[in-house]
Write a protein that binds this ligand. Structure first.
Ligand code: NAP
Length: 251
């Protein structure tokens, strides 16, 4: 019998996998035995991450460049990944950005960019992999949303909309592809210590901890653990759900 939650024999694409939460996810999937494709905009960091995973866990890895908001770039990346690994079993739509601001001051470009990367990016990657996953009758698609998409966050109308949109996208796609052995789920992190949150004012950070029953910020590893669970064979009857990994911040 294979090890519980083993990903041996599987290949995963992790977008935004060069750093932060994406890197922890890529590393954790590699540690469970998956071959890993680290997709990002900046290639030197992505290559570093891919090499680290290969060295630490003895799995095959690759670093591929793609802007998830650009359909042609995503199609080329998926083609290259399939050419190298033959089959992609797991897609983690993790790449995401913030461009915060109150609505009165939010620039149209900041609205568009956040929706294009966070929401359309997941559409582009999922669409590029939908046919091959349906053909192989196996797939795991995991969308990294946010508690801001579940509860809403002042100053983040663009980001909250993109992350709430991902939850609807997750459920709709889960219904479309379930009969082909593909599950689609979302993970909604709370406040996680990464570059994305590092710059926030101290008072916001303190307030976030107060609102979190577990009394601490999350780590990228907390998110990676949840993703690895949903990515495994054993989670084959879980689809369309949002797994909040937020220390109880939103309930
Ligand atoms: P991060 O440290 O900023 O990492 C995001 C990664 O995505 C970076 O490597 C970035 O590349 C890449 N990326 C950005 N735009 C891209 C694009 N168009 N195409 C491909 N890659 C792109 O962020 P993080 O904190 O790890 O967040 C990861 C995910 O978790 C995001 O979806 C975020 O919304 C979500 N999340 C984070 C938190 C948190 O507290 N940190 C909470 C809830 C949800 P560059 O280095 O080139 O920018």
């Amino acid at each position: 019998m294979s090890e519980y939650l083993s990903l041996e024999g599987r290949t995963a694409i992790v977008t935004g996998g060069a750093r932060g939460i994406g890197k922890a996810i890529a590393e954790t999937l590699g540690a469970r035995g998956a071959k890993v494709v680290v997709v990002d905009l900046i290639m030197d960091l992505a290559e570093e991450a891919a090499n680290e995973i290969a060295t630490n866990h003895g799995v095959e890895t690759a670093a591929l460049e793609a802007d998830v908001s650009d359909q042609a770039s995503v199609k080329a990346m998926v083609k290259a990944a399939i050419a190298k690994f033959g089959q992609i079993d797991i897609l983690i739509n993790n790449a995401g950005i913030t461009r915060d601001g109150l609505i009165m001051r939010m620039k149209e470009a900041d609205w568009d960019m956040v929706l294009d990367i966070n929401l359309k990016g997941a559409f582009n990657c999922s669409q590029a992999l939908a046919r091959p996953m349906m053909k192989q009758r196996y797939g795991r698609i995991i969308n990294i949303s946010s508690v801001s998409g579940v509860a809403g966050q002042a100053g983040q109308t663009n980001y909250s909309s993109s992350k709430a949109g991902l939850l609807g996208f997750t459920k709709a796609l889960a219904k479309e592809v379930g009969s082909r052995g593909i599950t689609v789920n979302a993970v909604a992190p709370g406040f996680i210590e990464t570059v994305l949150t590092h710059e926030l004012p101290e008072e916001i950070k303190e307030m976030s901890i107060k609102l979190t029953p577990m009394g601490r910020f999350g780590t990228p590893q907390d998110i990676a653990n949840a993703v690895a669970f949903l990515a495994a064979e054993e989670s084959s009857f879980i689809t369309g759900v949002t797994l909040q990994v937020d220390g109880g911040m939103v309930m």
